[in-house]
Design a binder for this molecule. Sequence first.
Ligand code: HMG
Ligand code: MG
Length: 308
Amino acid sequence: MNRVQIVEVGPRDGLQNEARTLSHEARLRFIEHLVHSGLKRIEVGAFVSPQWVPQMAGSEELIRTLYGKPPAARFSALVPNVRGMEDALRTPIPEVAIFGACTETFSRKNINCSIAESIERFQAVTKLAKAHKRIVRGYLSVALGCPFEGAVSEQKVIALTVAFLKMGVHEVSIGDTIGVATPKQVRSLLTKLKRKVPLHKIAMHLHDTRGTALANVLASLDLGVRVFDSSFGGLGGCPYADGASGNLATEDLIYMLHGMGFKTGVDLDKLLKFSLQIESEIARKLPSRLAAAGLPKVAQKRHKGPYA
Ligand code: HMG
Ligand code: MG
């Protein structure tokens, strides 16, 4: 299968970690540009505590505005608990994402509860979401290494993935939250995971902190994964994981995928046109390699609309 789905997480994972909080209008412009470039799945916000992540405050209003006209993409948002789900239900958002962790310390630091407590909360969230015909995605953070506990057991990741799917989550996104994984490790985890769950239910969420994200995408592609999370410009990280800066940049990922003959539906040329605008809004240079170097002339046709 030569089609790859990209889940663009820049407006959530990206912006949640920026020192500057973007205005409602700036967030809207950013998301509209992503849609206009052909991205079909976009995580646009989070129903979390504004005390914990002030950058995501106002997600409810943002989502209502986005659904003021029929959307050309599927939007989703993070939901940590029933309170967040109730807030999400006041909007037409069709997909929410629960987010758990593979270590106890990270779970406490990120959502202030143990893994067992988080599973109970997520069961309630999933039940409520389903009763209102919303689909649920699940994240498993620090699946390939934890900033507090170090190495993470593959069996733990597999058990939690199975638990999420049993709960009715349609897809589990395996997070290398602090960008420590290397391809050998990714291959080992996915080979074992594949024996227990169908890989079309797995996405990879790779941070590029140490420059290994694209190599890890290649390892995942070889094993059959076809859904990848990435963030425009390489924006992002996790405020509760020191050193989690740098999501895999969407444009770097797409450049590699198109060059390999995979289709994404994204017009890379169009996508790149927003780089300067977002740099001026966040007041720093984007880490994306393609944003810095631009598309080489020879590749320009390949990355436009119908060829993408
Ligand atoms: P808590 O303080 O334990 O919550 O936070 P609580 O139940 O004790 O309630 C305390 C107050 O918060 C109450 O208000 C609640 O109503 C309110 P008060 O009575 O004091 O006025 N509250 C809420 N407000 C808004 N939205 C809510 C909500 N829930 C309670 N949903 C909580 C628990 C989960 C809320 C908090 O820990 C939190 O918001 N954490 C979010 C952390 C976060 O967003 N992290 C970043 C995203 S995860 C990530 O980036 C990783 C990922 O990218 C994958 C990867 O890279 O691995 C997904
Ligand atoms: Mg992340």
